[in-house]
Design a protein around this ligand. Structure first.
Ligand SMILES: [Zn+2]
Length: 96
């Protein structure tokens, strides 16, 4: 998988906010790649995201049967938008 331009910044940011969690290269690369594809626009509220204010979201939540790893079920959003969304789902987008 191609590592995005902001990969290193994302890795450092995650290390700072969650020092006890080990994030896989794949997960950080996915966040960065999706953010770049979305032009750093939050999929939920449509506003720009700072490079240190990005959260990986499952479009169809795992609790509703969404796929955990397939990129068709992933988007990047603000952490606060992700928290507000919780386990809700519009029933349309996502995978499967
Ligand atoms: Zn947002």
């Amino acid at each position: 998988m191609a590592v995005g331009k902001y990969y290193e910044a994302q890795r450092q940011y995650l290390r700072e906010i969650k020092p006890n969690v080990v994030f896989s290269t794949r997960k950080i690369a996915t966040r960065t790649k999706l953010a770049e594809e979305q032009d750093w626009i939050c999929s939920i509220c449509g506003n720009p995201m700072a490079h240190d204010d990005v959260s990986l979201d499952h479009i169809r939540p795992l609790c509703q049967g969404g796929d955990a790893f397939d990129e068709r079920n992933l988007q990047v959003v603000h952490p606060i938008c992700n928290a507000n969304k919780g386990g809700s789902w519009d029933g349309k987008r996502g995978y499967p």
